[in-house]
Design a protein around this ligand. Structure first.
Ligand code: PMP
Length: 372
C-alpha cells in the first residue's frame, strides 16, 4: 500500500494520547478507574425489555432515515412544548456523535472558521478539521466559564459556527443563564450558527438546564440518550433546529448512517417516560464527595454538572502527573491535553461506585503531597 492512499484529512485527529492512557490502563490488575465517559448505572429494566420486545416483534429492518414516528413525534412534541418555535424540527441520529458529524458536513465549507472552547470534547476540533474548517479556540481557563468578550474577539468574517457544550466535557462546568443568553444573542447578531451539544442536559447539579435555543431560535441542538439512560452502546441521539438544516442533515444521513438503530428507537420512546432523577441526584452527591475530598490539595472550581471534574495538577505537567497516577497507583485518569492546548490539568470522571471514588481521592491526595 502507498502512503498517499490515506487522505490528508486523517491528520486532523490524533488519538495517540488517549490510546496511551488505555494501553497503560490495560496492564493494571486492581485499577481505580475514574476515566470513563459513561454513566456507571445500567439502562432501566423497562427500557431493556422494550428493546428486547422490539427485536422479538421483528422491528429489525431499516428505520426511516429521519427516525420512526414512535420516537420522532414524541421528541417533536416535547421540543415544541419547550420552545414553541415555528421552524424547529427534530430527527433521530446515531448518537449525539452522528448528529455532530452531519452538522459539520452540512454547515461548514472548506476555509470556514469554527469557534470551539478550550478545553472541549475531542470530537469538535477533529470533525471541524475533517470537513476543511479552521478551528479557532477560545480559552476558558481558569474557571471554565464563557467570556463573551473573548468570543466576540474571535469572530471574523469567516466565522461559520460556534460549538458550545454545557454541562461540559471535560470540565463539568455549567454556563450561567447570562452566559448562555449572551452567547445565543452574540451568535444571532453575527449571523453565526450556534451548535449546542446538550448530551449532559440532565446532569445539572445546582439548577435547571438552560439551552441557548431558548434565546436564539436558530440554535442547532445535538443531543442523545447515551448518558441520561446509560445506553451509549445503543447509539441513539437526536438533533433539532431550523427545518432547512435538519432536512439537509436527514438527506446526508440517508447516504451515510442510513438510520439510527431501529429497535433502539422503540426503546428510546419508552425511556423518555422513565424517571431517572434518582440517578442524577446520586451524581450530585458523588460530585460533592469528590470536590470536598480534594479541596485541601487541589485547585478545582466546583463543577455544576456532567460527571467530570477538571482539577489543576499539583505539580509537573498533566501528562507527567497522570503517568505517575497510572503506573504507580493504578489510578486511571485522563490528562487535560487530550482536550486542550494546555497540559496543566486532568479529567476525573465520577461515574463510578462511591468506594472507587473514595480510593481515587486517597491516591490523589497522596500524589499531591508526595510530589513527583
Ligand atoms: N458530546 C459530548 C460532549 C460527549 O462527551 C460525548 C460522549 N463522550 C458525545 C457528544 C457523544 O455521545 P454519543 O454517545 O451520543 O455519540
Amino acid at each position: 500500500m502507498s502512503d498517499h492512499w490515506i487522505a490528508e484529512r486523517t491528520r486532523c485527529f490524533d488519538a495517540s494520547g488517549i490510546r496511551r492512557v488505555f494501553e497503560l490502563g490495560a496492564k493494571l490488575t486492581d485499577r481505580i478507574d475514574l476515566s470513563i465517559g459513561q454513566p456507571h448505572f445500567d439502562v432501566p429494566e423497562k427500557v431493556r425489555k422494550a428493546a428486547i420486545e422490539a427485536i422479538e416483534s421483528r422491528k429489525n429492518g431499516y428505520a426511516l432515515s429521519q427516525g420512526m414516528p414512535v420516537l420522532r413525534d414524541k421528541l417533536q412534541r416535547r421540543i415544541d412544548e419547550q420552545y414553541s418555535h415555528d421552524d424547529r424540527e427534530v430527527f433521530v441520529t446515531s448518537g449525539t456523535s452522528g448528529g455532530l458529524v452531519l452538522a459539520m458536513l452540512v454547515l461548514v465549507n472548506p476555509g470556514d472558521e469554527v469557534i470551539v472552547f478550550d478545553p472541549c470534547f475531542v470530537m469538535y476540533d477533529a470533525l471541524a478539521g475533517v470537513v476543511g474548517g479552521k478551528v479557532v479556540s477560545v480559552d476558558t481557563y481558569p474557571d471554565f466559564h464563557i467570556d463573551l468578550d473573548r468570543v466576540a474577539a474571535a469572530i471574523t468574517g469567516r466565522t461559520k459556527a460556534i460549538v458550545f457544550n454545557s454541562p461540559n466535557n471535560p470540565t463539568g462546568a455549567v454556563a450561567s443563564r447570562e452566559e448562555v443568553r449572551g452567547l445565543a444573542e452574540l451568535a444571532a447578531r453575527h449571523d453565526i450558527v450556534l451548535i449546542s451539544d446538550e448530551i449532559y442536559r440532565d446532569f445539572c447539579h445546582d439548577g435547571p438546564f438552560v439551552s441557548p435555543a431558548a434565546f436564539n431560535p436558530n440554535t442547532l441542538v445535538v443531543d442523545g440518550f447515551s448518558k441520561s439512560y446509560g445506553m451509549p452502546g445503543w447509539r441513539l441521539g437526536f438533533a433539532h433546529g431550523p427545518a432547512a438544516i435538519i432536512q439537509e442533515m436527514i438527506k446526508l444521513q440517508q447516504y451515510s448512517f442510513v438510520c439510527a438503530p431501529h429497535p433502539m428507537q422503540w426503546a428510546g420512546a419508552v425511556a423518555m417516560d422513565v424517571d431517572m432523577s434518582a440517578q442524577f441526584e446520586e451524581y450530585r452527591k458523588k460530585r460533592d464527595m469528590l470536590v470536598d475530598g480534594l479541596a485541601e490539595h487541589y485547585e478545582l472550581p466546583r463543577p455544576g454538572g456532567a460527571f467530570y471534574a477538571f482539577p489543576r495538577v499539583p505539580w509537573g505537567t498533566g501528562t507527567q502527573f497522570v503517568e505517575k497516577a497510572i503506573t504507580e497507583h493504578q489510578l486511571l485518569i485522563i490528562p487535560g491535553n487530550i482536550f486542550s492546548s494546555r497540559d496543566t490539568h486532568f479529567r476525573i470522571s465520577y461515574a463510578a461506585e462511591d468506594s472507587v471514588i473514595q480510593r481515587g481521592i486517597e491516591v490523589l491526595n497522596q500524589l499531591a503531597t508526595e510530589g513527583p
